[in-house]
Design a protein around this ligand. Structure first.
Ligand SMILES: [Zn+2]
Length: 215
């Protein structure tokens, strides 16, 4: 930090504008006369030395110039800290391109995953619709004549969800409702014949077997 009361900032005394100064950018300037040989392609505005990393400085009154890190180090500790940060964050055009390529690749991978997930979901829905066909038919009939939220929820889910993905309790209830409908429980009025029980069990098992894990 310069004491402005007594010391004029070296950059200021050279006509580079008023302190404080800030570092706004860095560029790499390499001169390559022939392959395998490279040298600084820039020049420090303060000392005239060849520089590879040009630190672009702006004065508080808007003057712009470029200097090497050595001259900043020698003249302004605060600015030197800024320069080091800017240098640390510097990316070559190749690095910027590599970063972008990596970002693009990640995005493409994410898109592929989303597409695959969507495809799996759609396939699952198609399979559910085929596999649950009988259940969907029965629950469709029941949903039409019923105000039960459960029935209409199950009806909707059966069209899109493989049966094995329902909870154990849902599976039991769905099978029970289905078997009762198939065997026409209403006509039995509590008199459960063996014939009815056999038919009920058969229908229940048929529905339950939609779950591949069911033995
Ligand atoms: Zn210099």
């Amino acid at each position: 930090m310069t004491n402005e009361q007594t010391i004029i900032h070296p950059f200021e005394s050279r006509g580079f504008g008023k302190a404080p100064f800030k570092c706004v950018a860095v560029t790499k300037n390499v001169y390559s006369a022939c392959p395998g040989h490279s040298q600084p392609g820039g020049t420090c505005d303060y000392c005239g030395t060849g520089i590879m990393y040009e630190f672009h400085i702006q004065s508080s009154d808007g003057r712009k110039f470029k200097v090497g890190s050595d001259c900043v180090e020698k003249t302004d500790k605060d600015l030197s800290r800024q320069v080091k940060t800017v240098r640390r964050n510097y990316r070559t055009p190749d690095q910027i391109q590599a970063d972008q390529a990596e970002k693009d690749a990640k995005r493409a991978e994410w898109n592929r995953e989303q597409d695959a997930r969507q495809e799996r979901l759609e396939q699952e829905m198609r399979q559910a619709e085929i596999a649950n066909k009988d259940l969907i038919r029965v629950f469709g009939i029941l949903a039409e004549g019923s105000r039960s939220q459960f029935i209409s929820d199950m009806y909707g889910q059966l069209m899109t969800t493989p049966f094995q993905k329902f909870s154990p309790r849902q599976k039991d209830i769905i099978c029970d409702i289905y078997a009762k409908h198939i065997t026409g429980e209403k006509t039995h009025k509590g008199r459960k014949s063996n014939e009815y029980i056999d038919a009920y069990n058969e229908a229940w098992k048929a529905a339950r077997s939609l779950d591949p894990s069911y033995q």
